[in-house]
Design a protein around this ligand. Structure first.
Ligand code: TRP
Length: 459
């Protein structure tokens, strides 16, 4: 995926290797964006927050806040061409005279590790479901049986810990070897295949007889269902699903060739990501209503509904196994981007090899993951603030740290960086530039502040 760049002494080009093409970069960012956030998280939090109105607000945040933040992250990354800490320090000094902007980079490192700690645990569920599918657990299983399988599995800490370990170990191996070619191949194959299987599931959902109920739940806004805390969750999810707010995309942007169009790339990624999330919602809710499940069921929603759908199809064993394998691939390509900021930082800051950096960082994340593993079993009764340890990590990262990171990123790109620098990165002053600048300077920061103020009583 990278090409070794010939060092020419120009920092804009020489510090890192580049993505081999624009298309590769789009693939990498898409691979980072499309993941458990779309297929596992989006349906479950949409269900918990009443559906339609939540989805509408979510879409508003994705396009009017998320998109300018993503463009800002990429342009900052490409201008700095270093890990997020060094990039923010360098550009902070160059553009605003303050090297303290580097703290944004440290925030990125802490936050991405926290996210990956539970992301890996949930990805472990997807991996285990490949095994369950192949062993025929779901064939002709009723919803009650599938639900019982999920509950038995999620509360079995040994099984989930093994799956978490397996996922984290493979992620470390991938990152350590820097198998970016493998990553490119995975995304190229994964995204179309995933969409193909999702269309198959969609056909199943249409035939449940409850499709219109599902569509109505997902898309018909009923604002009385939506609280301000739901609005905050929608904001957090917009950041989470696009992989923005903590420098993951910034770290990828560091390897982006100068001639690639940033607005074009962001538009493609945001649209693809949104289509996949909505597709997941359209699949899940008809199955929920057809089986009398509660849409607000929580993190198990996808793992309770989809296996029963596959179980009723002919050839379902194969489809289910492939689907959960693809979901694991989607999680790997996202996990890769969650490791990149900290691994790049350790490599550059402490002069370590990529292998050492990946092992050290991976080990820490693996340990932290036990907070989430145990939240569903031994420590499920241990609740404070927002609930279990898992619920607190999720709330802290998605709903607080990502929007805060995003706020400072757009403020930096929109207000601190000089117009010439941003215009140069965004392909000159034109309509796209003006729209970006307006969103980055006004709409995105104001939206984030308003949501924070409104929910500060709830935080
Ligand atoms: N966007 C990914 C998903 O939807 C998760 C993810 C990957 C992420 N990298 C990130 C979230 C960086 C926040 C920040 O599954």
């Amino acid at each position: 995926m990278f090409e070794n760049d010939v060092a020419d002494g120009d920092r804009r080009n020489s510090l890192h290797r580049h993505w081999s093409s624009r298309f590769t970069f789009i693939l990498a960012v898409t691979g980072s964006a499309v993941g458990l956030g779309n297929i596992w998280k989006f349906p479950y939090i949409a269900g918990q927050n009443g559906g339609g109105a939540f989805v509408l607000v979510y879409l508003f945040f994705v396009f009017l806040v998320g998109m300018p933040v993503m463009m800002s992250e990429i342009l900052i990354g490409r201008r700095g061409r270093r890990n997020p800490v060094a990039t923010m320090k360098l550009l902070g000094e160059e553009e605003g005279g303050a090297s303290q902007w580097r703290y944004l980079g440290y925030l990125a490192i802490v936050c991405s590790m926290l996210i990956l700690s539970y992301y890996s645990f949930i990805a472990g569920w997807a991996l285990s479901y490949v095994y369950e599918s192949v062993s025929g657990t779901f064939v002709d299983a009723s919803i009650a049986e599938v639900t019982a399988t999920y509950q038995g599995f999620a509360s079995n800490w040994v099984a989930t810990a093994i799956a978490h370990t397996l996922f984290m170990a493979t992620t470390v191996a991938l990152v350590a070897r820097g198998v970016k070619r493998g990553l490119e191949w995975a995304v190229r194959l994964m995204v179309p295949a995933l969409v193909g299987l999702m269309i198959l599931l969609l056909v199943f959902s249409i035939n449940t007889g409850y499709f219109s109920a599902g569509v109505e739940f997902l898309l018909a806004p009923n604002f009385s269902e939506l609280s301000w805390s739901g609005v905050l969750i929608a904001l957090g999810q917009a950041f989470f699903t696009l992989s923005i707010g903590i420098g993951a995309v910034m770290a990828y942007g560091a390897y982006l060739p100068q001639e690639t169009s940033i607005p074009g790339t962001a538009a493609v990624v945001v649209c693809a990501d949104t289509v996949i999330a909505l597709l997941a919602g359209l699949i899940v809710f008809p199955i929920v209503f057809a089986n009398g499940l509660d849409p607000a069921e929580g993190p198990g929603l996808v793992f309770m509904t989809l296996p029963s759908a596959f179980g009723q199809m002919s050839g379902g064993i194969l489809y289910a196994a492939v689907f959960f394998l693809l979901l694991s691939f989607a999680a790997w390509t996202s996990a890769f981007s969650l490791m990149e900021p900290s691994v790049a930082w350790v490599v550059e800051r402490f002069n370590r090899s990529r292998v050492e950096a990946a092992v050290i960082i991976g080990f820490l994340i693996w340990l932290m993951g036990f907070g989430s593993v145990l939240s569903f079993s031994v420590l499920s009764g241990f609740k404070f603030y927002k609930g279990t340890i898992y619920e607190n990590i999720d709330h802290l990262t998605s709903n607080i740290l990502l929007p805060i990171g995003g706020f400072f990123i757009v403020v930096f790109a929109g207000w601190v960086m000089c117009r010439n620098s941003t215009a140069e990165e965004l392909g000159g002053v034109g309509p796209a530039y003006s729209v970006w600048r307006f969103l980055a300077r006004y709409v995105a920061p104001v939206a984030i502040v308003v949501v924070f103020l409104q929910t500060s009583g709830l935080l």
